[in-house]
Design a protein around this ligand. Structure first.
Ligand SMILES: Nc1nc2c(ncn2[C@@H]2O[C@H](COP(=O)(O)OP(=O)(O)OP(=O)(O)O)[C@@H](O)[C@H]2O)c(=O)[nH]1
Ligand SMILES: [Mg+2]
Ligand SMILES: [Zn+2]
Length: 307
């Protein structure tokens, strides 16, 4: 860390409208505002000076990358910095027989994976609420997750209710900064509680009648793990869009495309039903999963229709 002689150094652990909770190396937390033109994020290392009862952030140290999430209007909003691992939380539905027809949400997962790859971070693909799934559904989910394992990603089946996979999740958290992302109600806060029961974060007790969550997470917040490493809880999303991603970057977000990039007949190949496309040829030979190829087409259409 760079030490600024005139200020205190700290880590932004949360933001509440215009205030930032900044933690010093001795653990004290100071409520700070920020100088104009700076936009500190949860996970940022900052320098601050004493001002009144609190402080004012005067500098934000260089970041490794920023994760963006959609706000309530679907507009991109920078959410956290210096992330090593995105834990992409999916869940078995908790109403009625829906689990029998539940399909793994590869659309959301694959968008998050692209964002993770472009950040230079690692994804962990997690399916929670396995206690609600029949053995048949679990079998189908294991098949869906195999696609990700085959390309080198870690996956986990968990349940905070039945304490499944919690130790395995714990083992993946040491000495890194991990952020929990995914749909609202999937169990992100519950998983953090399962790992750090002393926190007792209020979780979203969804009412089946109103469909409204009560304690849905509204603030991105960083917690320290005793064994080293940090966890960030973040508000759930309905959909996750990719911003400022062009077709070349999108292909880089699909790591299994890598061996074939540059081998297409045309240099500007979009890998969509193109003559001489090496990636589509690999997909036809079964070397790239058809589910992931479909995902690529869908995301490509999205990013090209949004601007
Ligand atoms: N059956 C079952 N329910 C769970 C499990 N994990 C969490 N839940 C329930 O799912 C609901 C939502 O959990 P939260 O942890 O608040 O979900 P979240 O992802 O943090 O939601 P947001 O903060 O809105 O993004 C709560 O009612 C939890 O009790 C699980 O493993 N099994
Ligand atoms: Mg939450
Ligand atoms: Zn191609």
């Amino acid at each position: 860390m760079i030490i600024f002689p005139d200020g205190h150094n700290g880590l932004v652990i949360a933001r509440y409208s215009n205030f930032y909770a900044v933690e010093g190396s001795n653990g004290t937390i100071t409520q700070c505002v920020s100088r104009k033109k700076l936009s500190p994020l949860c996970g940022d290392f900052v320098t601050w000076e004493v001002s009144g009862d609190g402080g004012v952030i005067t500098a934000v140290m260089p970041r490794r990358g920023v994760l963006t999430r959609p706000d309530r209007r679907g507009q991109p909003k920078e959410t956290a910095a210096n992330i090593d691992q995105l834990i992409i939380v999916n869940a078995i539905p908790d109403v009625g027989d829906e689990e029998a027809s539940y399909e793994f949400n590869s659309a959301l997962t694959d968008r998050y994976i692209v964002a993770t790859e472009l950040l230079g971070a690692t994804p962990l693909i997690l399916l929670n609420k396995c206690d609600l799934a029949s053995p048949k559904t679990i079998e189908r989910m294991e098949l869906a997750l195999k696609i990700y394992q085959a390309i080198g990603y870690s996956t986990l089946l968990t349940s905070t209710k039945a304490q499944i996979g919690i130790e395995a999740l714990n083992a993946q958290l040491c000495d890194k900064t991990s952020i929990f992302v995914g749909e609202s109600g999937a169990g992100k806060s519950s998983l953090i509680n399962a790992i750090m029961p002393e926190l007792a974060i209020r979780t979203n007790e969804v009412s089946a009648h109103s469909g409204l969550g009560k304690h849905t997470t509204t603030t991105t917040m960083l917690y320290h793990l005793q064994q080293g490493g940090h966890l960030i809880d973040s508000p759930g999303v309905r959909e996750f869009g990719l911003w400022k991603v062009d077709a070349t970057q999108l292909a880089l977000g699909f790591r299994e495309f890598q061996p074939y990039l540059g081998a297409c007949k045309f240099r500007n190949c979009s890998h969509r039903h193109n003559d001489g496309c090496a990636i589509e040829a690999a997909a036809k030979e079964g070397k790239i999963s058809s589910v992931r190829m479909e995902s690529y087409y869908n995301i490509y259409n999205d990013i090209n229709s949004s601007d």
